[in-house]
Structures are given as C-alpha cells and as structure tokens.
Design a protein around this ligand. Structure first.
Ligand SMILES: [Zn+2]
Length: 337
C-alpha cells in the first residue's frame, strides 16, 4: 500500500528535525515512552540553548528571552517564512508555536517549516474552520489528527475551542469536538491551545447578551476533565470573571497585541493583576498587531511591543517579568521538565 502523501511530508519533517539536531538515536530510544514528543522538546530545547541567538537585549541592555506562543507563520502572506524566521532569530525569540486549523493543513505546514528548528508545529480541528462539516467528516478529521499525534508529528493540539458568533456551527457539535480533542491531547501528553470567542453584547443587540459564554463553558469543561496536560486560552480577551474561571480551571491566559490597544482598559486591568506565573504572550500573527504598529500585518518580532507594554503595566521588575514569561512558555508548551 502506498503511504498517503500527508504522511510522506510529515516523515520528511520529522526526519529533518532529527537529522539536523543529531537526535536520531535519542528519539528512537525514547520512542516507546508515552511522553516521547516531550523528550524531543527537551532535547531540542537543550540544543537550542547552545545557540547564541536564544537571547537578546532590550534598549536598556536587560537580557531577556522570549517565546511567541501563537503565530500562524503560513498565514503570514506578507512575509516569506524563511525571512520571518530570520527576523524571529534576530529578535531573540527562542520558540514559536505555529497552530493549525484543520488536520489537512499539517502536511503542507510541516513541509514548509521543516528547516526551522524554532518552530513547533500544532495541529487541530479549529471550531471557526469547520463550516458545515457533518459529524462523520469531523470524526475523520479527528482520526487524522490523532494519527499525527500518535506518530509524534505535532507538538500541540492547537488551536481548538468554541467560537460562538452569528454564523457559528451548533454549540453542541463544537463542545463535542473540543472535548474529543482535549482527550487526544491528554492521551498523547500534548499541550492544548484554545480559541474562545463569544459574540459581544451590545446595546443595539440585546439578544446577544443571552449568548452562551465560550470562556465559561470551556472553563467548566476543563474543570470537569481535570487534564494533566497544560491548556492555554489563546488570545485571551474576556472579562475578569472569564479570566478567573479559566485560571481556576488551571489554564494559562495568553495575551496578544489586543492588550496594547488604548481602549482595552478592562483587559489591561486583568493583565496587570493576574498571577504572573499563568500569563503568556503571543502575536497571533498575521492578525492583531500591537501598538504602535497596529493596523499593519503582524509578525512574530512585534511581540516585543506587547512585552514592553506588559512590563510597563505590571508592578514587577522588567527582567523578572521576562524571565517568568519565558519559564511559563516552556511549561505551557512542555519545552522543559
Ligand atoms: Zn490562531
């Protein structure tokens, strides 16, 4: 039987990581362990820390290292991937998680990103990309996703979640899909990143006030499942109550450039006072470029604007903030033990 082409691409990707880092033996020795993708993270992490590009300094000379926990490299049409990764290296960003939207995109992204050791590949069936898929179609996508997870071709189940807007798929279907993917994450010891969006209440549309709250629903699900893997609420933009519910359920809250927008005072208040050890930063590039580059196509190095903003917002020392955010990213993405 011929190997399906997506697996050929995935094998090319996997082989290149092993060959490049000289990890073939270590990974094969560990291949029977349940958490072997994490062993790969650790080995990759150690190998990368030998590179001088894994740290950099701000204008004031303070050393920091940074991670972009959510950047759609393949959606950044304004910049070729090789150029983007070069800029990531120059900016001293140690790792980037490239999340997926449909398991059928994994093979193509794996091939596109194969040469870039800074990039961790995520895979998922994203709730805002399932359109009118039937439960059978979704089941097939889940099986494909689990194949990639089982074969250690992906490093995170990202991005999954609940998207409750005007034309969203039925909520019950989304909740089933989310739960199934959280189980895949748990079975394979992989971190999960959640896309959570709720139709915003407005004075013009009173009905919108009755919309179920994606953050609260996800927090309840997480509390019930009590997963052992880290879960990230990506691009968090909910209320203080939403933040509390997710934190209570053990999730990390990841802030994008939205937190820098002048009018987002409530979000800034949450970022200023939440426990620092549960905070992450991301770009969500090519979307949501932070101030002062708002409106431009976003790219991963712009995360430095968000970092700088958070440093001004929080009471702690700048270096401590950088170090803690870096540590959080490693824990949330299972980059080190
Ligand atoms: Zn995304």
């Amino acid at each position: 039987m011929n190997t399906p082409c997506h697996l050929v691409f995935a094998n090319i990707y996997y082989k290149s990581i092993k060959d490049r880092l000289g990890l073939k033996n270590e990974i094969e020795n560990n291949s029977k362990k349940r958490y072997s993708p994490i062993v790969e993270f650790q080995l990759k992490f150690q190998a990368m820390n030998k590179d001088s590009a894994s740290s950099n300094s701000l204008e004031d000379g303070k050393v920091w290292k940074s991670v972009d926990t959510h950047c759609h490299l393949s959606l950044c049409k304004h910049m070729p991937v090789a150029e983007h990764v070069q800029k990531i290296r120059e900016a001293g960003i140690s790792f980037v998680l490239d999340p997926g939207l449909d398991p059928s995109d994994i093979a193509q992204r794996a091939e596109q990103l194969a040469g870039f050791k800074e990039v961790l590949l995520g895979g998922a069936v994203a709730p805002h990309y399932i359109q009118e898929s039937s439960r059978e179609d979704l089941q097939a996508k889940l099986e494909l996703l689990e194949d990639y997870a089982a074969q250690k071709k992906i490093h995170a189940i990202a991005e999954i979640g609940l998207d409750i807007t005007e034309n969203s798929p039925p909520l019950a279907l989304q909740e089933w899909l989310l739960k199934e993917q959280l189980h895949i994450a748990e079975r394979h010891g992989l971190p999960a990143a959640l896309h959570l969006r709720t139709r915003q209440p407005s004075h013009e549309n009173k009905e919108a006030r009755l919309s179920p709250n994606a953050y609260v629903l996800a927090a309840k699900m997480l509390a019930k499942l009590a997963l052992s893997v880290p879960v990230i609420s990506h691009c968090f933009s909910g209320t203080k109550e939403d933040a509390d519910a997710l934190l209570q359920a053990g999730a990390y809250l990841s802030f994008s450039g939205m937190v820098t927008f002048t009018k987002n005072k409530a979000l800034q208040a949450i970022a200023a006072s939440m426990p620092l050890e549960k905070m992450l930063l991301e770009t969500d590039a090519p979307f949501l470029a932070p101030q002062p580059v708002r409106g431009k196509p976003n790219s991963s190095p712009f995360i430095l604007h968000t970092l700088s903003f958070i440093q001004k917002l929080r009471p702690e020392d700048d270096v401590l903030i950088s170090q803690q955010l870096y540590k959080n990213s490693c824990l949330a993405l299972k980059i080190m033990a």
